[in-house]
Write a protein that binds this ligand. Structure first.
Ligand SMILES: [Zn+2]
Ligand SMILES: [Zn+2]
Length: 120
């Protein structure tokens, strides 16, 4: 059940494998963090859609709003895609930082107790 960490396309930014900001501990697997990612698109010539989503870093359950009580979906674990632009998950989105949260208007949803340690 936990084979996605051997993903054939690892995150390009190895320092940011863990979510920077999370909204909750995952209510589905009870182990992962529901981290906020922002879609960046996979084509630098295209304007970025700048939409966010929430994904569990353990079971890859996905929510399109920062509220894990809403309906979730699952990505294809062999070929995870960004649920917004449908390009490769790890190349077309990244963990949202504080500025991204502001842009998304999702700052209120973050549980600061779950933040990754890299930002102070
Ligand atoms: Zn995307
Ligand atoms: Zn989970």
């Amino acid at each position: 059940m936990n084979q996605h960490r051997q993903s054939p396309s690892p995150p390009p930014d190895h320092a940011a494998i863990a979510p920077l900001h999370s909204v909750a501990v995952c209510p589905i697997c009870d182990a992962g963090l529901c981290g906020i990612r922002i879609c960046t698109g996979d084509d630098p010539t295209e304007p970025m859609p700048r939409r966010g989503f929430v994904i569990c870093d353990e079971c890859e359950a996905v929510w399109m709003v920062p509220d894990v009580r809403t309906v979730h979906q699952y990505l294809d674990s062999r070929n995870p895609i960004c649920p917004i632009c449908h390009a490769g998950l790890w190349t077309a989105s990244r963990w949202a930082d504080r500025d991204d949260l502001e842009r998304l208007g999702w700052s209120h949803a973050v549980d600061a107790a779950l933040d990754g340690g890299s930002e102070s």
